[in-house]
Ligand binder design. Sequence first.
Ligand code: WQD
Length: 352
Amino acid sequence: MKKILVTGGCGYIGSHTIVDLIENGFDVISIDDNSRSSTFLLEGIEKITGKKIKNYKVDLCDFNDTNAVFEENEDIAGIIHFAAYKAVGESVEKPLMYFENNLLSLINLLKCVEAFKIPYFVFSSSCTVYGNPDSIPVTELTPTKPAESPYGYTKQMGEQIIGEFTKANKDTKCILLRYFNPAGAHPSALIGELPIDKPQNLVPVITQSAIGKIPGITVFGDKYPTRDGSCVRDFIHVSDLAHAHTLALEFLINNKNKTNPEIFNLGTGEGITVLETIKAFERVTGVKLNYTVGANRPGDVIAIYANNDKAKTILGWQTLYSLEDILGTAWKWEQKLKDDEKLFTGKNIQLN
Ligand code: WQD
């Protein structure tokens, strides 16, 4: 059974990917400093899979602590690297924090990949590397443009760092997965998105507003050149996204990659506006949302959605969940969190 290191394993996409890896026969360990996550999701993973996941509470920006994990686990067969800060708006306000955290952690990890000759490396990238694309949907060959935020730049630079790394380390096979907008929760509602501070992303803002944790939703702009004036995004269910990571790893293990690194877009191929998403949530749940329209958010891309043909044909990836499933599972998870609030209080997790 191959042991896979998942960084950010206590996080949203990391936890869902661990579930999928286990269900597909992999052994998994995690590195997560819990600065923006908690071990609560590891309990959910155990309930779903029956497996207790060992998490090393290590800051990847500390090389010695990171290196010690590899010394203790000589049998790491591959790495999926999620751990990074990911809020567009916050990155505009705190660029140096984003560059330091997202790039130093990647460089430390790659130093260990080189030293311990780890053969497979999957990187959590993002559609933000396309900037504001001239035409949509975007394919993997769509030229990247200047990012719209420091967060987007950390993903562009991360891809470049990995590109140069693979030229010097040909025996490590890498894949860059460009996510569109991850959302939703595992159908069991045992794991999901757990914003430790105020949520930044649209879907958790919607569900926290619907359940009354936050007063309402501000739509950041409705005068964009789109069909209803609000931004266009491609929401992908986190469980569909998770399975793509397992397929990517198996693709590398089976030595099928033609280029190194190999790049895949992970989106549904459907674009939907912010206002349409709000209306879809009301339709799916019957909950009326309270929203107002405010100023554009600095760093926002106007419209983007994926051409996902490459992942479908080359990885054999199929998306199983619809937008209604995304919003319905997100809502079920939010309601579960409220039911467990006493549990959270006991575990001293600050939920807004
Ligand atoms: C979506 C749309 C907002 C909140 C980022 C990363 C991406 C991925 C997901 C990691 C935008 C609007 C949002 C709100 C709003 N990261 N919005 N009111 O910025 O598209 O993508 O997070 O996996 O790589 O770039 O996601 O959900 O923050 O915003 O109107 O309260 O919703 O303006 O148009 P984003 P988002």
